[in-house]
Write a protein that binds this ligand. Structure first.
Ligand code: ADP
Ligand code: MG
Length: 363
């Protein structure tokens, strides 16, 4: 038996800049998308979670006491895992029925996982009367994904899904968790941010993520620093060539985030194109996490009118972003699509990204 269904929604995100620096105490600058995951939720009078999603087959029905690392397996781990994380933090979560009705595109690098978690977290907070802050709820979402699903996530996705405001990017300092809203309104400036989903995900992504993370930690240790956040480019001279290139990406990327933030604070969004391009080059050459599809998307976007373009997210597939004058959106969309077709790649999915608000109750 259920009582009183209501709906909560949380957005997907893209990262404007600050890639592969969250595990080095760096700065990142994501913003929330208009695309949202919607969860309809109601209390159950038993301590269970019953979950369904229009995006995945089947119903999961599990006692709250049986939720934990690896359980339930599959997609429901993201949802039930949030209830588990809240419970292990000592909060009296009640049984819930969850129906996921709409979704951020899954696995496109737009963070459908955090959107699902954050919508569930808000629902749980309100229905169980927990009164937690958005930061506390985001922490439970991170814990659910790390420990119940077993996927590595640094916390950027959950922070932006919870804390974003419309027409702003969220500057997140991963060293201490501090955040600041930075104005970002492409439409107002006659611009658009296009998200180009390559619709490929190369299989080496997972192992390579661990290897990059280990390299960054090794470089910090070799330099006697707590993290590469503390390093300057000249500090890196003593590292061997392979490690130096990895570390150079992190150090220069953090500097680029600061420059982008300064440009946005000054109302000069159109000027950040070269910083986006430099970020992509650094990820491609020094960090080696790009792939042919991402390189092609960025190159064609630039050639057909974008001010700048870069891969966004972990790499090896997923999405790129391009900063484009609104008058050139169609040109860029066509040029990227044609180039993908000529290379025999799947047609990319290209969407406009509008900096949108974070999670909320919607009905
Ligand atoms: P991303 O977060 O970039 O979309 P992830 O691999 O982190 O990619 O998360 C995608 C996974 O999250 C899906 O495979 C699915 O298990 C789960 N998921 C996300 N949104 C939903 C949804 N609306 N319904 C069911 N499962 C979802
Ligand atoms: Mg995810």
């Amino acid at each position: 038996m259920t009582t009183g269904a209501a709906r909560w929604a949380a957005p997907g995100r893209v990262n404007l800049i600050g890639e592969h620096v969250d595990y080095a105490g760096g700065l990142c600058l994501p913003f929330a998308l208009a695309q949202r995951t919607v969860v309809e939720a109601s209390l159950l009078d038993e301590p269970r979670v019953r979950a369904r999603s229009r995006a995945e087959p089947g119903t999961v029905d599990i006692a709250l006491d049986d939720v934990g690392p690896g359980s339930p397996p599959g997609w429901a781990g993201y949802a039930a895992g949030v209830l588990w994380a809240l419970r292990v933090a000592g909060h009296p979560v009640r049984g819930m029925e969850l129906l996921v009705t709409d979704t951020v595109p899954l696995g496109a690098g737009l963070s459908s996982s955090a959107a699902l978690e954050c919508a569930v977290a808000l629902a749980a907070d309100e229905l169980s009367g927990l009164g937690l802050s958005r930061t506390e709820l985001a922490a439970a979402c991170v814990r659910a994904e790390n420990e119940v699903v077993g996927a590595r996530t640094g916390g950027m996705d959950q922070a932006v899904a919870m804390l974003a405001t419309a027409d702003h990017a969220l500057l997140l300092d991963t060293r201490d968790g501090a955040t600041r809203q930075v104005p970002l309104s492409p439409t107002g400036d006659g611009l658009a941010v296009l998200v180009i989903d390559t619709r490929v995900r190369h299989r080496l992504a997972d192992g390579q993520y661990g290897a990059r993370r280990a390299a960054v930690e090794k470089a910090a240790t070799a330099l006697g620093l707590a993290s590469l956040r503390e390093a300057t480019v000249s500090d890196l001279d003593g590292l061997d060539d392979g490690l130096r290139r990895r570390a150079r990406h992190v150090v220069t990327e953090i500097a680029r985030v600061r420059q982008v933030v300064a440009a946005l604070d000054a109302g000069e969004l159109a000027s950040i194109g070269p910083l986006l391009d430099a970020s992509h080059e650094s990820l491609r050459r020094d960090y080696e996490v790009s792939c042919r599809e991402l390189d092609l998307a960025c190159e064609m976007a630039r050639l057909s009118g974008a001010f700048g373009a870069r891969m966004t997210g972990g790499g090896f597939g997923g999405s790129a972003i391009a900063l484009v004058p609104r008058s050139r959106v169609d040109d860029v969309t066509r040029a990227v699509g044609n180039a993908f077709a000529a290379s025999g790649y799947r047609a990319p999915a290209i969407r406009q990204a509008r900096p949108s608000a974070g999670a909320s109750r919607v009905g």
